[in-house]
Design a protein around this ligand. Sequence first.
Ligand code: ACO
Length: 331
Amino acid sequence: MNSRIVSTGMYVPPKVVTNFDLEKMMDTSDDWIKQRSGIKERRWVEPGETTLSMAAKASLQALERANLKPDDIDMIIFGCLVSDYIFPGTGCLLQKELGFTRTIPALDIRNQCSGFVYSISLADALIKSGQYKRILIVGSEVHSTSLDKTTRGRDVSVLFGDGAGAMIVESCDNSQSKIIDSELHSEGQYAESLAILKPSPNDFPRLKADSGPGAEIYPYMDGKLVFKNAVIRMTEVMKNILNRNSLTTKDVDFVIAHQANMRINQMVLNQLEMPFEKTHHTLDRYGNTTMATIPITFDEAVLLGKIKRGDLVVFVAFGAGFTWGANLLRY
Ligand code: ACO
C-alpha cells in the first residue's frame, strides 16, 4: 500500500498589497523588500474573509479537481499559525463548513512553515497503516491582521501574506505515483527566536484591562538566525532524504521549497548544485503564507506544466519551532 497526491487547490484573497502600499504605512521601501526577500506584493484578507473561508475555498477546488465529494474524505489534517478561535481548531470548523455528513476526524497541527511537510508525512503513514484511505490536508493563514504594520514591526510584516492551500492524498498501489519518504526535525532551543508570545496563560491575569497591546502580541523573529538555520537545515534534510533513497540531486526533477525568502532558496539550490529552473516561486506575488506556501506553489507549478505525473519531486520547508523537513515523492 502506498499513498499519492491526487489533487490540489489554492485560494488567495483578491486584495493586492504592494511594497509601495507598505511604504505608506512604515519606513520601508520597495527596493529593500525586493532585494532582501524577493517579494513584490502579497494578498491581505478583507472583513468577512477568514482562515476558515479561505481553507474551504482551497479544499473545494481540490475536491472538484479530483471529482470527489466531501464525504469521500476520511480525515482532515488542518494547520495554521493563528487560528480563527484559540480553541477549537479550525479543522473542526472546516468539517462543518464543507458539509460532511460523516463525523470524520479533524486534526489540527501546529508546525508553522513546516506544517505541510509534517502533514504529508503523517497522512502517508496513516494511509500506509491502513487506517484511512483519503486525507485532506489544508494550510490556511490570515497573517495580515496579526502584523505590526508600523516601523517597529517592519522586519517581519513585509514578509507575510494571506492565503490557503489544500491537497488530497489517497491510497494507491501504483508505484509510478507515490509518496516515497519523509524526514522531519525540530530544535526547540530556538522556539522563542520566531514566535508570538502573548497573550499567554502564564500571565496572571492573562489579559490586563488597562494596558494596550505591546510588541509581544506581534510576531518576533531573529531574522539572521532564522535565515542561517533555514539554509543549513533545508540543504541538510534534502541531502539526507536523497542519500537514504540512493538518489542524487541529478535524479530530482523539481523542488518545491518553502516560500520565505528568495535568497534562502537560491542558497539552498546553490549548495546542492541544482539549477534554479528546477524550482518555482510564488513568494514574489503572495509573500510567505506559512503552511500554505508548499501547496500553493506546487499547485501553480503543476498547472503551469512545470511538474508532470511521474516526476521526482522534493518538498522542503523550514520554520518556527525551529521545525523543518522534506518529503520525497513521485508525482
Ligand atoms: N525596510 C527597510 N529596512 C528594514 C526593514 C524593512 N522592512 N526591516 C529591517 N530593516 C533594516 C534593519 O533595521 C537594519 O537596519 P540597521 O542596519 O540600521 O540596523 C537593516 O534593515 C538590515 O537589517 P537586517 O536584519 O540585517 O537585514 P537582513 O539582510 O538580515 O534581512 C530579513 C532581513 C529579510 C528578515 C532576513 O533576515 C530573512 O529573510 N530572514 C528569514 C525569514 C524567514 O525565513 N522566516 C521564516 C519563516 S516564518 C515562520 O516559520 C512562521
